[in-house]
Design a protein around this ligand. Structure first.
Ligand code: 5AD
Ligand code: SF4
Length: 459
């Protein structure tokens, strides 16, 4: 007899909703993919403790906002959202509002003092205690748990993927970050770097595959530092093991760190068809002076050496990056070095930001945030304009080519068209024909914009 060992996300959600006494939880998530994954862990913990999940904020008994603190504007957005929720709280007696994640960890008790509607503040390592924190609020107290842990990886918890597309799943493999880049709040909000037990990672990957997912992204602040049992399993080994589970399931990973990104990993990528040919390799700046001040631990030369290695083993690999403009003391020459490096690499895609000073980081304590807002903005615009040109050039090279595309859903603009991604992570939009979400199809690219490839399914 075929005994099913675990329940799917959907089965767990439905089962919980059958309990009419269950408190209904609504979670809103901001920030990075790690946060989306963490919200899925929170879903799982809450379901196991008798809560039900709802998509409708107006019907919720408990609202959790999973927050980001990486830039000031991320926090401002959340503060505005809290004002809107305050109106709801006035209407619904007993409504419980919790702030989770990086902003909770950064501000701690201060958050309950500043935002009167907030009942719970829980940092990224405190999610197992959320059911108790809710109980504490029910007795009329505020509840704060912002303890960071050196061990917590939520390893054995099966995340409940409530808002997922059922095609692409994210599986976390490391938590925290030990890099201490001088501008970054993450080491303070997510704590020390730690790796999740490989057995539990492989189990979760098998689970999502058996639920029908076709793509798995291994997630961590710095996946290259994955390390189990003093090197017994490193990231390259883990990548190989996940790739070998099922050759028709794609594997991606994010984020890589330039000097930890090894040739061993590149070779695994090159030798498995189902490991996607795409690397997100944040550079932050093209200036060695800035890189040093950021304590990134590499020079632009070392970075370019990694790019060369990628191009050598995987000529068709797409590369994206993160760039910060206007870091402390950045001169016009430093800025030009960034533009020059972008041209040299020819990035396919980039996430680009203005430097935002974060309280208590090394940079906030030791350097002056001295680049005028107007100059930051102008430099950022130059970076964005250059990247649009590079993205267009990259996409134009793909016109006429045929790619295997995994369909993720309907195009935003029309129900007659589908969208998916190729191995290089580029979005391709094409006519529906009789294909459906979750299928692999061969698509010929006919035209492009700087953001999207447009094509048709080959019969
Ligand atoms: N200001 C602007 N951007 C930042 N990032 C991290 N910290 C800051 C900051 N203080 C960017 C980096 C990082 C990405 C996730 O966010 O580029 O790679
Ligand atoms: Fe993610 Fe960083 Fe934002 Fe935390 S601060 S949610 S780790 S992007």
């Amino acid at each position: 007899m075929n005994i099913k060992k675990y329940k799917t996300s959907e089965e767990r959600i439905v089962q919980a909703s059958e309990n009419s006494d269950a408190l209904k939880l609504y979670i809103e998530t901001y920030g990075c993919q790690m946060n989306v994954s963490d919200s899925e862990v929170v879903n799982s913990i809450m379901l196991d403790n008798g809560f039900a999940l709802t998509n409708k904020v107006e019907t919720a008994d408990v609202i959790f906002i999973n927050t980001c603190a990486v830039r000031d504007n991320a926090e401002q957005r959340i503060r505005n959202r809290l004002q809107a929720l305050n109106a709801l709280k006035k209407k619904r007696k007993g409504l419980i509002i919790g702030i989770l994640g990086c902003m909770a960890e950064r501000l701690k008790e201060q958050l309950v003092q500043e935002e009167k509607m907030v009942d719970i503040v829980a940092g990224p390592d405190a999610y197992r205690t959320l059911p108790q924190l809710v109980k504490q609020v029910e007795t009329g107290q505020k509840a704060v748990n912002v303890l960071l842990s050196r061990e917590e990886t939520y390893a054995e918890i099966s995340p409940v993927r409530k808002d997922a597309n059922n095609v692409t799943a994210f599986v976390s493999i490391t938590r925290g970050c030990d890099n201490m880049c001088t501008y970054c709040v993450v080491p303070f909000t997510r704590g020390r770097e730690r790796s999740r037990n490989p057995e539990s990672i492989l189990r979760e990957v098998r689970e999502v595959i058996s639920e029908g997912y076709k793509e798995v992204t291994l997630l961590g602040q710095n996946v290259d530092k994955y390390n189990w049992n003093n090197g017994e399993v490193n990231f390259a080994h883990l990548l190989k093991m996940t790739a070998e589970i099922n050759p028709s399931v794609r594997i991606r990973f994010s984020t890589s760190y330039p000097q930890d990104f090894t040739d061993e990993v590149i070779k695994i990528m090159a030798s498995y068809n189902n490991v996607c040919k795409y690397i997100h390799l944040p550079v932050q700046s093209g200036s060695n002076l800035m890189l040093e001040k950021m304590k990134r631990g590499y020079s632009s030369e070392l970075y370019l050496n990694r790019i060369q290695a990628i191009r050598k083993y995987i000529p068709d690999c797409a590369i994206s990056t993160d760039i910060i403009s206007g870091f402390c003391g950045e001169t016009e020459q430093d800025h030009k070095d960034t533009l020059a490096l972008m041209e040299k690499v020819g990035y396919d895609f980039a996430y680009m930001f203005k430097y935002s000073e974060r309280p208590n980081t090394f940079a906030a304590r030791n350097f002056e945030d001295d680049i005028d807002e107007k100059i930051k903005k102008r430099r950022l615009n130059e970076i964005i304009t250059l990247q649009q040109k590079l993205s267009l050039q990259s996409n134009e090279k793909d016109v006429g080519k045929v790619f295997e595309v995994l369909i993720e859903g309907f195009s935003k603009k029309s129900d007659d068209r589908l969208f998916g991604r190729n191995s290089q992570n580029k979005v391709i939009v094409f006519n529906k024909e009789d294909a459906k979400t979750g299928d692999y199809v061969n698509v010929k690219v006919n035209s492009c914009t700087s953001a999207t490839l447009l094509g048709e399914i080959l019969k």
